[in-house]
Write a protein that binds this ligand. Structure first.
Ligand code: PLP
Length: 403
């Protein structure tokens, strides 16, 4: 009989969102007519920018003629998009990243999950705790790590959500800033410590900046490559999902700098850019032409203005929620440079108990922090991706909270 990949059996069953859905449904069944404000799921709610819609229409129209029809594109992505990204997201910020170092994909989830293909299974891994679960699960699936041999770096109110440098000499370090789920950030000096650590210890930083567009504070770097020397130690993941509402359309990119080199089994230096190019051209046939044209429109003058106004809309939601939660007597984190608000549960309550209280007393659905890792216990996550009206209503309901 054929064998399965046993590593899959070592994964934690991911009950988080199904358990949340089950609890909400049970509550609604016993309280018909009640409207739950859903602040748990990390999906956007605003429509695509008009500039993106026009680009999509044009790209569809091109498909109607033999002269302009577009079939397979370059696996690394169309040049019109990699060049726009290099110019607007990097060179405009004084960062020397070129189009050849950018790889377009269908999502940062795929890229952060797939990147392990080009890295040795003998590498040791470090993750922050709580964490976006993809980094952990994909390392377990590949057999590189088990939950017992991954170094987990706690991020809680006690250390102001700034992880300590690792002690176990990891080879691969996943960092996500602005952070999902805590909504917190590292400033330039703090991120520099990580880059310096990686240089000194020969480690690779896998830097997920899917929420970069939400940064409002000057001292928070938009890219890890703002830090000197980072092109030699870091891969950066970005996505149009939260930046421009592409969660359904799908487009993202990964930066693998030419300067980034790893070692092969006999100690020779090998380009990661070349390996990722080989991996993508073997297992991936490119993101759709339509979504790449749509992503290109994000960088047009109108596109930029339109996506900015949507991001500002979500950030205003975050401010309303933060203030409302504080007024209700709760300690809140994040929500300034991110669409996520991380709330400390009152009186040492566990995450699920506070989830129940918010659901029953305020009819608000959140995500229990413990679902993102053991250091998320005692917190819940609220997202600002809903409507402004819902946020105002949520705040009104929070004022009735009895703890
Ligand atoms: N990285 C982080 C930290 C995320 O929170 C998410 C989505 O929630 C992703 C990546 C996935 O992004 P994409 O939609 O591009 O796959």
């Amino acid at each position: 009989m054929f064998k399965i990949n046993d590593n899959f059996l070592a994964l934690n069953q991911n009950y988080l969102f199904s358990q949340v859905a089950r609890k909400i449904n049970a509550y609604m069944n016993s309280n018909p007519g009640v409207r739950i404000i859903r602040m748990g799921i990390g999906d956007v709610s605003r429509p695509l920018a008009p500039a993106v819609i026009s680009a999509l229409h044009e790209a569809v129209e091109e498909q109607t003629s033999c002269d302009t029809f577009c079939g397979y594109g370059p696996e690394q992505g169309h040049r019109f998009l990699t060049e726009a990204i290099a110019a607007h997201d990097y060179q405009a910020r004084g960062i020397q990243i070129s189009a050849d170092e950018i790889f377009i994909s269908d999502g940062a989830k795929s890229d952060t999950g797939n990147i392990g293909d080009i890295l040795s299974l003998t590498n040791k891994v470090a993750l922050t705790n709580p964490v976006y679960p993809v980094y952990l699960d994909t390392n377990i699936m590949s057999g590189r790590a088990s939950i017992d041999n991954i170094e987990l770096l706690p991020c809680t109110a006690d250390n102001n959500f700034v992880p300590s440098l690792p002690t176990g000499n990891p080879d691969m370090i996943y960092l996500c800033y602005p952070n999902n789920p805590t909504g917190t950030t590292l400033n330039r000096d703090q991120l520099k410590e990580w880059v310096d650590y990686a240089k000194a210890h020969g480690a690779l930083i896998l830097f997920d900046s899917a929420y970069e567009a939400f940064i409002t504070e000057d001292d928070v770097p938009h890219s890890i490559y703002e830090i000197e020397g980072a092109t030699e130690v870091a891969i950066e993941f970005r996505s149009f999902s939260k930046t421009a509402g592409f969660t359904g359309l799908r487009c993202a990119y990964t930066v693998v700098p030419m300067a980034l080199k790893g070692e092969n089994a006999i100690g020779e230096s090998v380009s990661l850019n070349a390996l990722w190019q080989r991996r993508q051209s073997t297992k991936f046939n490119g993101a759709s032409y339509l979504s790449q044209r749509a992503a290109e429109a994000v960088y047009s003058p109108e596109g930029k203005k339109q996506i900015r106004s949507t991001i500002d809309y979500y950030l205003r939601n975050a401010t309303v929620l933060r203030e409302g939660l504080k007024k209700a007597g709760l300690n809140v984190y994040g929500g300034v440079n991110a669409p996520y608000i991380w709330v400390k549960t009152p009186d040492g309550m566990d995450s699920w108990s506070f989830f129940d209280i918010l659901l029953e007393q305020c009819n608000i659905a959140c995500t229990p922090g413990v679902g993102f890792g053991s250091a998320g216990e005692g917190y819940v996550r609220l997202t600002a991706f809903g409507s402004y009206e819902d946020c105002l209503q949520a705040v009104e309901r929070l004022s009735l909270l009895k703890m």
